[in-house]
Ligand binder design. Structure first.
Ligand code: PMV
Length: 323
């Protein structure tokens, strides 16, 4: 049996659009921070039964969730010529129903644990490429701290992997988890629909290339004002791209707008803080460690939130060594 822990990440420069849907190749790069609080621990065991099995937080899974795992395991079994089935037991240390980037930590943990269960050792680069096949953002969760995903140019995806970024900007996250029904449009469907129908998509992809360079410079110099302009601008441009699709894809809910307002008014009164939002209604505020509790208290007063989570930067995905 092999057990791995991985953490979700939140993107400062978003991944929104694929250049190849089958190999899950991004059309542009992205840049994220891995978060300690959003942790998934996954054990993978080989067995001789007829089917792969998946338990998430004690609940046996079937249908789409299970077949996604089977297809992922085939990426490891196929080239090895192995046919054993896998039993996956996964535990999320954060609310999965809320749609908080759980596919990133889930597939990063699997990209470490599945090869290990088959006694194959992979480099971090190979793990990142494998994780990408499960979920684009999972490629970034192989690494800790700030991470850059390369879009790559090769048709086989061999250069589409993530790498850690050397930046010691002290950044924590405060997450306003909005009360919401389960996510209606998943990120893959949302980004494919946007690519196919949004008149803003080409402009969005051009913007990403520019933002990637500028965010890296601003992280090196710890320029919070410039980071606020770039990261909020990138997030809102991603959502503008999605909203301009036909029909428009709108992830914001009323609490999303209240949390945006809260972040902006805190910034106006001098607090270094800025927000980002993934393909869902939750708002993530990035801020130095000294401001975390004040921002969390501010968020806690907003109506329509299920909870407020806080997190520091997280480490790379790891294999547990069992004695
Ligand atoms: O990894 P996916 O396919 O769930 O896509 C993630 C997309 C966003 O979370 C919206 C942006 C990102 O870069 O994480």
């Amino acid at each position: 049996m092999a057990t791995a822990t991985a953490r979700a990440n939140l993107a400062l420069v978003k991944y929104w659009g694929k250049r190849d849907a089958t190999l899950n190749l991004p059309a542009a790069g992205s840049l994220s921070l891995t978060l300690d609080r959003l942790r998934t621990r996954t054990s993978v065991e080989l067995h001789d039964g007829p089917n792969d099995e998946l338990l998430i937080d004690g609940q046996p899974q079937s249908g789409k969730a299970l077949s996604r795992i089977s297809r992922f395991a085939d990426l490891v079994r196929g080239p090895l010529g192995r046919s054993e089935r896998i039993r996956v037991v996964s535990h999320n240390e954060f609310p999965t129903a809320a749609g908080l980037a759980s596919s990133a930590s889930a597939f990063a943990a699997l990209a470490v644990a599945v090869p290990a269960a088959f006694e194959v050792e992979l480099s971090d680069k190979a793990r990142s490429i494998l994780a990408r096949r499960g979920s684009g953002s999972a490629a970034r969760s192989i690494f800790g701290g700030f991470v850059r995903m390369n879009a790559g140019a090769h048709a086989d995806g061999s250069d589409a992997y993530a790498e850690p970024l050397a930046a010691d900007c002290p950044m924590h996250a405060v997450i306003a988890v909005a009360q919401a029904e389960a996510k209606k449009i998943g990120s893959t469907d949302g980004m494919e629909h946007t690519r196919a129908t949004s008149p803003y998509h080409a402009a969005w992809l051009q913007l990403v290339e520019r933002d990637l360079g500028e965010v890296q410079v601003a992280l090196q110099s710890g320029d919070w004002d410039h980071l606020a302009l770039l990261v909020e601008g990138n997030c809102l441009a991603m959502h503008a791209d999605a909203m301009a699709a036909r029909p428009g894809v709108l992830y914001f809910r009323p609490p999303t707008l209240l949390a945006i307002e809260a972040v902006r008014s805190l910034r106006q009164s001098g607090t270094p803080v800025f927000f980002t939002i993934d393909a869902g209604p939750h708002v993530v505020a990035f801020t130095p460690p000294s401001e975390v509790s004040r921002i969390a208290a501010h968020f806690a007063q907003l109506p329509g939130l299920a909870e407020v989570l806080t997190s520091g930067p997280g480490a790379a995905a790891q294999l547990e060594i069992t004695p």
